[in-house]
Write a protein that binds this ligand. Structure first.
Ligand code: BEZ
Ligand code: FE
Length: 311
């Protein structure tokens, strides 16, 4: 590809008149953003412009394709509301969200992998007693009893008072905020580890569900002939002060769908061994936390008025 960003052939001093061809055009645009004071912001913006220009030159996007692109983004915006963000969903299905998690957090021998947050995290989930269930009694499906420890990754000692914030979809594929038939905060809850760092949770045995396909992202998946499915999983955010927050998802060992996760998250270090025990399942899982900054993600689903029943 021709290097249109070469400053050797086209040294620029301040503003230059545009040439009839695109030679020097990218430098001119980038130069117009060189007054951004924050160095990180300047780097992000100018690099984005360079890569966008390279992309357009390489793919030779036509007028009609450009119209399609901005209309697609307009339709993504129309689909976006306080309860639903089509832009996050887009980033998820093209691998951007999972790549960001991996780039920022993954280290070698990561015992439990970092997963994208997804669009359905809602904060303010009730604190629940050790051994209690996140599922209302009338929630259909089998239960899983989850036992484990939160540990300090560096020295393997248990962490007392760590918080696990968990959430999952019902067997009908809907999170409680999507489904007016589920009680508020159903299948969501926060649990604290005891003085030995252990926790005990009853949750719903997870099942696979499709991501929302009634917007532009659904069209993209259809065009690519990609099934919109997420393999069965439970989301966890594990936090403790002075430790890097672990956002993960635990998938079911032996589930063939883990190889076809529509958002590219399921991977070897997020697999739980769910064992059948009579009428329920049992999962033993430990969460090691590295030393670092304890942060919480911005919740895509608002705390207030979670019930909007969009499908
Ligand atoms: C989820 O697991 O909740 C999810 C993640 C990405 C896109 C849609 C749903
Ligand atoms: Fe999910």
């Amino acid at each position: 590809m021709e290097n249109i960003a070469s400053t050797e052939r086209h040294p620029l001093k301040g503003r230059v008149p545009m040439k009839p061809d695109y030679e020097g055009f990218t430098e001119r645009v980038v130069n117009d953003y060189s007054n951004i004071e924050n160095p990180r912001l300047k780097y992000i913006v100018t690099n984005l412009i360079k890569h966008l220009h390279e992309y357009l030159v390489e793919t030779k996007i036509t007028d009609q394709e450009y119209e399609f692109a901005w209309d697609f983004m307009k339709r993504m915006a129309d689909m976006t509301s306080p309860e639903r963000n089509e832009f996050i969903l887009f980033a998820d299905v093209v691998g951007v969200s999972q790549l960001i998690e991996t780039l920022n957090h993954q280290s070698q021998n990561q015992p439990v992998g970092f997963a994208l947050l997804g669009p359905f995290y809602r904060d303010g989930a009730p604190f629940r007693e050790r051994g209690s269930s996140t599922a209302s009694d009338d929630t259909a499906g089998k239960r899983v009893r989850i036992f484990g420890k939160v540990l300090d990754y560096e020295n393997n000692t248990p962490i007392a008072g760590a918080i696990l914030d968990i959430w999952q979809a019902a067997t009908n594929g809907f999170y409680e905020n999507q489904d007016e038939n589920q009680p508020d905060y159903n299948l969501r809850g926060r649990f604290k580890t005891d003085e030995n760092g252990t926790f005990e949770i009853i949750a719903l045995m997870p099942t696979a569900y499709p991501v929302p396909t009634d917007g532009p992202v659904g069209e993209l998946l259809m065009a690519a002939k990609r099934p919109p499915m997420r393999p069965a999983h439970i989301h966890f955010i594990v936090t403790y002060p002075g430790h890097e927050t672990l956002i993960t998802q635990i998938f079911v060992k032996g589930d063939p769908m883990i190889y076809e996760d529509v958002v590219f998250t399921a991977s070897a270090n997020m697999i739980g061994d769910f064992k059948e025990e009579g009428d329920h399942f049992r999962l033993n899982i430990d969460f090691p936390l590295k030393h670092g900054e304890s942060t919480m993600p911005k919740a895509p689903v608002p705390t207030e008025g979670g019930h909007h029943g969009y499908h």
